[in-house]
Design a protein around this ligand. Structure first.
Ligand SMILES: Cc1ncc(COP(=O)(O)O)c(C=O)c1O
Length: 451
């Protein structure tokens, strides 16, 4: 008999037995049967930065809940919301630092949707209402609502909703291992970035409101950072054509890549708007935010025009307190610097996976790292999607107590298998070694099945 889905609770997959989680601590979680797992994914999807079970975060939230937990920000302000906003403005990258305002909402998708709303409203208030399109990139993921699917680039998560959203222009990803133009860096002169200019010119700059990108592509590609110079060129093109640049830092935000923000790896580049969520919460509470330069808010202020966005639970005081505590913990324990150092070590150790016939590429930045599986290393031919290789490897690792994040469709939306890893930033070298040993064993077991 196959797996029976739960009679009441809907989990995403019907054919999978979901273990029940009992408790978490550091980089580990334990199920109700006492099994231990290494969380090599920071809460399954690149969330947990400071580690699981940090009681000072929990205690801070508890104290706030005792005073009051909720009153909507559209009716009353609250001090934790104000404090968190100030903290984020002081941590913002480049020219945004001390020159931005923060809007706090609930999920990463809300933040991205609101970033795009702000971009649109900015142009309307500026008297350029023709600007409404958001250029995205193929093999990018920006969230799970119908509108966001229009500029997200994960085919499998958008295709059935196609008739329901405004389809937005897409450019190819910055993906050197599988360059869309079959060029090599740096001789390519960053054709992938220059393709933004081509599409803006072809569609017409008068229609383009914003360009959105993840500094390091997570869910759709498995930890692929853009090459050096990429975002400088993107910034130049956006400025030339009056297009706002939105950095989706939902995964990369706050320490994950070895710098506070992923975009800081590209010198002198400041986005106009940042969407941030997972990393700032470390998973303790649902919260997300957009940070936007003062210049972007100004036309709304000038016209006394309320920001046309908002959810009832925005700026929840308990969540704001939790996120402040997470950020303070990150700073107190120097976890961003630690991430840069351990991330380098992890990437070096992961590089040893290349000895397996099915591992074609290893990449990443800080503790957002990954590798790609191929049928043929020389030609980079992917496995047929129906083989579900990333899922199979995830299962092999899971059986050995290791949680990984399988990514599919990185080649063309359907084919392609990659594994994304993003352990909490508190991980030690010994724990990295353990992860890499389990991966070697799991890959070897999978290779055996292919014989
Ligand atoms: C880059 C990026 N943006 C946005 C989102 C959406 O965030 P959420 O799942 O919190 O809605 C995700 C989620 O994986 C993401 O990776």
């Amino acid at each position: 008999m196959g797996v029976q889905p739960h009679p009441y609770a809907v989990h995403r997959s019907w054919d999978r037995e979901y273990r029940v989680i009992a408790r978490t601590e550091g980089i580990y979680l334990y199920d109700t049967e006492g099994r231990r797992y290494i969380d090599a994914t920071g809460g399954s999807s690149v969330v947990v930065t400071i580690g699981h079970g940090v009681m000072e975060v929990v205690d801070a939230m508890y104290e706030q809940a005792k005073a009051f937990s909720f009153y909507p920000a559209h009716a009353f302000s609250n001090q934790p919301f104000r404090e968190l906003s100030e903290l984020l403005v002081k941590l913002a990258p480049g020219a945004m630092r001390d020159n931005a305002k923060v809007w706090v909402t609930c999920t990463g998708t809300d933040a991205v949707d609101d970033a795009v709303r702000l971009a649109r409203q900015y142009w309307v208030e500026k008297g350029v209402p023709s600007k409404y399109l958001v250029v995205g990139r193929w093999q990018a993921f920006h969230g799970n609502n119908i509108a966001v699917a229009g500029f997200s680039g994960i085919t499998q998560r958008r295709s059935i909703f196609q008739p329901m959203f405004v389809d937005m222009p897409h450019i190819p990803p910055a993906y050197c291992y599988r360059c869309y133009f079959e060029l090599s860096y740096p001789a390519c002169r960053l054709k992938c970035a220059r393709s933004l200019e081509s599409i803006i010119r072809q569609v017409g700059p008068e229609y383009i409101a914003a360009f959105i990108a993840e500094p390091v592509v997570g869910a759709a590609l498995g930890a692929v950072p853009a090459p050096p110079g990429y975002f400088q060129l993107i910034r130049e093109i956006c400025d030339r054509y009056n297009v706002l640049f939105i950095a989706d830092e939902v995964m990369t935000g706050l320490g994950r890549t070895g710098k506070m923000w992923g975009i800081e790896h590209w010198d002198d580049v400041t986005p106009d708007i940042i969407a941030t969520a997972k990393g700032i919460t470390s998973g303790y509470t649902p919260l997300s935010a957009i940070i936007a330069r003062n210049e972007v808010w100004q036309p709304l202020i000038d016209h006394n025009s309320p920001f046309k966005a908002g959810h009832t639970l925005n700026a929840n005081a308990v969540s704001c307190v939790g996120v402040i505590a997470v950020i303070r913990y990150l700073q107190k324990h120097g976890l961003v610097e630690r991430c840069a150092e351990i991330g380098k070590y992890m990437l070096e150790r992961l590089d040893t996976l290349r000895q397996h016939a099915i591992i074609g590429d290893v990449r990443g930045l800080g503790l957002m790292v990954g590798f790609e599986m191929v049928r043929d290393k020389a030609t980079k031919e992917p496995f047929p999607p129906q083989m579900g290789m990333a899922r199979k490897l995830e299962e092999e690792a899971f059986q050995r107590g290791l949680i990984t994040y399988p990514c599919g469709g990185n080649v063309d939306g359907y084919a392609g298998d990659a594994i994304l890893l993003a352990p909490p930033l508190i991980i030690t070298r010994e724990q990295v070694d353990e992860i890499v040993d389990i991966l070697h064993e799991s890959i070897a077991a999978l290779e055996k099945q292919l014989l």
